[in-house]
Design a protein around this ligand. Structure first.
Ligand SMILES: *Cc1c(COP(=O)(O)O)cnc(C)c1O
Length: 398
């Protein structure tokens, strides 16, 4: 370079290597992280060609990036959808997906027991736009008592947080389709390893990729998967609202997804053992886990879930309520109080004080989320070790 330092600092390096890389006889085994906000063009007609979809290429990383596209392809395949989109958080994915299907004056039917942030968005944010929501027990799939002339959307979770209830997704999909409504299912707790709501008839599946899809407690992300017509509609809003995932987090998510099947199988198999142990423990009042034959959701889960797996999440009411919960948290050694889920290690969360703290106490208790209920995210440790830690800690608490 023949310019001055400040100029030479700008015009050496990347472009030459990027060009060389594309022409070499070998390619990187894993996709590099394309930490670039924008792409450069040699001539103006190439910009037109990409905008008009006459040529492959990228323009600006809020619209699309190689890393976001790569991870979308993995997710679409995992869930059996045509296409997927990845977002900067689960909330970005869910709010963008919902807003693609409702307008002012419309109405939504939703399960009452949901992730707290989504419940807040439906009850306190959409109302600002004149969008009404009916929260109703739709576990059996019957929405007919709640349908209005302006109903557009039905929203539920595959495994409802934190009581681990499982709705009849096939029945919900059939009754939604019959009325021309869109069914969106949050499959965060199940993942495609445990359940594939698209196969059961849902129109779109949404995720907090912060949880099992990421699986290592190191990224915040979200995703939506569905048919091309559905995803294209949401894509427009992803570009406008700007919720796309960063190239760096998209790369970490791709890395994580390579082991999703192994991880979720192990989480599920260990959770089933922990649930059995707690069910017969004298200090446990009630265990909420769809894999237990005693769960009111067991039949629906067994019919719809893959490979006799029921996920890694369970909740427990203890005899002694809050007092036992507090004392158990103090007595546990490796099982930390972490107000999230789905990391590699076993953790627990206090639903009334974390995910559901914004529900009124009255509403919470009515739904069955008691003051001392603890939610466990069963990790990848040896299941026997998890059980023996729980057993000694329960022994030690009053
Ligand atoms: C965490 C979570 C969300 C929200 O996702 P973020 O990544 O925290 O924005 C939505 N749904 C469920 C079921 C969750 O667990």
């Amino acid at each position: 370079m023949s310019g001055n330092l400040s100029t030479n600092l700008l015009h050496t390096g990347d472009a030459k290597f990027a060009k060389r890389l594309s022409g070499m006889a070998s390619i990187p085994e894993t996709l590099p992280i394309y930490l670039t906000s924008v792409f450069a063009f040699e001539n103006a007609s190439d910009v037109d060609a990409i905008y008009e979809k006459d040529a492959d290429g990228y323009i600006y990383s809020r619209i699309a990036s190689p890393n976001a596209d790569a991870v979308s392809e993995i997710l679409a395949a995992a869930d059996g959808g045509d296409k997927a989109l990845v977002f900067a958080s689960g909330m970005a994915a869910i709010t963008t997906a919902i807003l693609a299907f409702v307008s002012a004056g419309d109405h939504i039917i939703s399960s009452p027991v949901l992730y707290g942030g989504v419940q807040d968005f439906l009850s306190n944010e959409l109302t600002r736009f004149g969008i009404g929501v009916t929260f109703a027990d739709i576990l059996d799939g019957d929405i007919s008592p709640y349908v209005q002339a302006n109903t557009k959307l039905v929203y539920t979770e595959t495994i409802c947080n934190p009581l681990m209830e499982v709705p009849d997704i096939a029945a919900l999909a059939a009754s939604a389709r019959e009325r021309g409504l869109t069914l969106i299912v949050d499959n965060t707790f199940a993942t495609p390893v445990v359940a594939r709501p698209l196969k059961l008839g849902a129109d779109a599946v949404v995720y907090s990729a912060t949880k099992y899809l990421g699986g290592h407690s190191d990224i915040v992300g979200g995703a939506v998967v569905g048919a091309a017509s559905i995803i294209d509609r949401i894509k427009r809003l992803q570009i406008l609202y700007g919720g796309i995932i960063s190239p760096h987090d998209a790369w970490l998510l791709s890395r994580s997804l390579r082991t999703l099947d192994l991880r979720v199988r192990r989480h599920s198999e260990s959770a089933a053992k922990v649930a059995e142990f707690l069910r017969s423990h004298p200090k446990a009042e009630r265990v909420f886990y769809p894999g237990l034959a005693s769960s009111p959701s067991h039949e629906r889960a067994k019919r719809q879930f893959e490979g006799e797996l029921y996920g890694g999440m369970l909740s427990v009411d203890f005899k002694g309520d809050e007092k036992t919960a507090l004392s158990l948290i103090g007595a546990l050694k490796t099982i930390a109080l972490v107000p999230s889920l789905a990391g590699t290690a076993t953790t627990l969360s206090w639903s009334a004080r974390a995910s559901h703290r914004f529900y009124s106490r009255e509403d919470r208790l009515k739904l069955g989320i008691t003051d001392g209920q603890l939610r466990f995210s069963v990790g990848l440790e040896d299941a026997g070790d998890i059980i023996s830690e729980l057993s000694s800690a329960l022994e030690a608490c009053q």
